[in-house]
Design a protein around this ligand. Structure first.
Ligand code: PLP
Length: 382
């Protein structure tokens, strides 16, 4: 194939897609549980997003950062407002770029150890890879950034003991409250309490990577709001641009003015077409919608727990909101994907044995039931 060999691709020739459905060249309909890896909160070909895109491309598609697009201000305002603090936004195109901006900024704010956790995922460019807790992804590319320490996720004793021994030598702690690629584990209350408590004592920076769990996926605008984590900097991407590339690093409080003119930049970001789409995404993330995500997530996980009772191969149901993991007793991702294709459901596997469901946030209850039916058939086959 003429494409870089970086992904194991699913043999499906896609003709078009709508809502939670992907239609192949033979007009077969597949239920899509990927949503483009958590990108399409409102499903494929959402009318409002497509309309906003059409309107914007008639005006302009790119102007560069020497001019301000009003939509950039509005999107930034909303991202800041949801932190409950004062702040400023640096826009980029992808999750990894937003995290790179933060890695650069924290060098200016405070030198010292960067703490990350096992199974945190922050991206694949060299900086973000340095703070990603997947040793298999890093082996070939070392040495990476120095002074990065990985601690076990949700081990309060080890975290406490590291903080108490390094104190003021800690620059930043990166938290991914709900692990996406790392297996859908949720940060514990005890862990959060330690991070919050010592933050005030030793003045480290807390960064919430909300690239996957943010923007409503867990039923809150930011996933860290489920846990009362005291956050200084937030990164978002994935669904921010409604399917188009857009990401952001939100710097709050005293870190608001971390960059000065010329210190960081991007030719492309924020793209005006992505911003127009983003506005229509953010406008719909109101409290009623977020509650509906919570409700649907609870329903889905509850029904999946019944499958756990029925099939011994299902070990655990994980996640929060519509970010769901089904941990299986076997590591056979190829088989699961293949059986999914037979049952016309598109399944994504993380860690080799966890089916990760990231359906559109506006999925209907009857579509969730259809998802459950098809998934049960796949599990039965396995
Ligand atoms: C939590 C998290 N952070 C960062 C990234 C990197 O985002 P991108 O692939 O847009 O660079 C991802 C991607 O999956 C992610 O899930």
């Amino acid at each position: 194939m003429s494409l870089s060999n970086t992904y194991k691709r699913i043999p499906l020739k896609i003709k078009r897609a709508k809502g939670v459905w992907i239609i192949d060249e033979n007009d077969e309909k597949y239920l899509d549980t990927f949503s483009g890896i958590g990108v399409l909160s409102f499903g494929h070909c959402d009318e409002k997003i497509n309309e906003a895109i059409s309107e914007q491309i008639k005006k302009y598609t790119h102007i560069s950062n020497f001019f301000v697009d009003q939509n950039a201000i509005e999107v930034a305002k909303r991202l800041i407002e949801e932190t409950g603090k004062d702040g400023s936004v640096f826009f980029a195109n992808s999750g990894t770029e937003a995290n790179e901006a933060v890695l650069k900024a924290i060098k200016k704010i405070k030198k010292g150890y960067i703490v990350s956790f096992e199974n945190n995922f922050h991206g694949r460019t060299l900086g973000s890879l340095s703070i990603t807790g997947f040793s298999n992804l890093k082996k070939e590319f070392e040495p990476l950034l120095p002074n990065v320490v990985f601690l076990p996720f949700n081990d309060p004793k080890k975290l406490k003991s590291f903080i108490e021994s390094e104190r003021e030598n800690i620059s930043t702690i990166f938290v991914e409250c709900v692990h996406g690629s790392g297996g859908l584990d949720i940060v514990s209350k005890e862990f959060i309490e330690i991070i919050n408590h010592y933050k005030n004592v030793y003045n480290y920076i807390v960064v919430a990577d909300e690239v996957q769990a943010g923007l409503g996926r867990t039923g809150k605008f930011y996933s860290y709001l489920n846990f009362d984590l005291d956050v200084d900097i937030v990164t978002v991407a994935k669904s921010l641009g409604g399917g188009l590339p857009l990401s952001a690093a939100v710097f709050t409080g005293k870190h608001k003015n971390v960059f000065t003119i010329g210190e960081h930049g991007s030719t492309f970001a924020p793209n005006p077409v992505s911003l127009a789409a983003s506005k229509t995404v953010l406008d719909r993330l109101n409290k009623y919608f977020l509650n509906s995500v919570k409700e649907k997530g609870n329903y889905l996980r509850n029904e999946l727990s019944k499958l756990k009772e029925k099939y011994s191969i299902v070990k655990q149901i994980k996640g929060l909101g519509l970010m769901v993991g089904i941990e299986l007793d076997i590591k056979q991702s190829d088989k699961i994907i293949e059986f999914g294709l037979h049952e016309r459901i598109l399944l994504n596997i993380v860690k080799g044995n966890i089916i990760r469901l990231l359906p559109a946030l506006n999925i209907k209850f009857e579509e969730i039931n259809e998802l459950l039916n098809r998934l049960e058939k796949v599990i039965k086959k396995i």
